[in-house]
Design a protein around this ligand. Sequence first.
Ligand code: ADP
Length: 274
Amino acid sequence: MKLHIENLTVVYHQSTPFEHLALNNITTTFEEGVYYGIVGHTGSGKSTLIQTLNGLLLPSSGTVYAGDLALRKKTKYKYVHEVKKHVGMVFQFPEHQLFEETVLKDVMFGPKNMGLGEKEAKSKAEYYLELMNVDNSLFKESPFELSGGQMRKVAIAGILAMEPEVLILDEPTAGLDPKSHSETMRLFQQIHKDMGITIILVTHDMNDVFEYTDQVKLLSGGNLVREGRTEDLLMDSGILENNALEPPDIVRLMKDLKKKGRSFESVPRNIEDF
Ligand code: ADP
């Protein structure tokens, strides 16, 4: 499913003394089957943007198109609900949303809620738990008895079991140890490749952006200031001019690029001077 947003503006607490412009007239597209990174400083509008993509937040003005469905300021709940079926969201610390008695029941909850019968929901849950490398000896355990890394995998299996066409990941590895971090990121990569699912990753981890994403959208102060192929974006001095990434991130990325044998002729001198 293609997502397209047109002249999207989001204002929090509109017409009150606390009014705050979080997204300013953004127009952009998320093509089917592409792995996107959304980057930018804290407060740049990343969370606000992804929440509008699955209807958690409606535009103050402008339109979000999810396939043929259009979300606008006054869109009715029925349509918003339809979008949520196609656009899945893994929130930060998704394990906080586990609630069922057993791991299996937790993952079955979404598919059942979408209208599947017990048997079908169970086989979907088992399939996605296995895909997330959750051992089947844990299926009957309480999710709250698991380790942090295992709990997160169960929570992610629960989103995947609803088989969204677009998967939004909001800092999905926050708080994980390095081993679980790379395991989780590799699983997402595999899901993206095997199932052709669009991924939209919000992260501060520029190594992950470089390693996994095809395209990047860079936000700064509620504006979309850059978008394009990940590699091109990193080679673009505009990132520094906009001060939208920390210089140490750039340095790390340059080192990565060097390791991968990339040429540096097009990189402005000042990046290397940091
Ligand atoms: P990011 O995810 O990049 O950190 P956010 O989308 O969370 O950015 O926030 C964008 C801006 O909107 C920030 O200035 C933030 O303080 C403000 N903001 C976010 N959520 C709310 C809210 N519920 N009420 C008021 N202001 C908010």
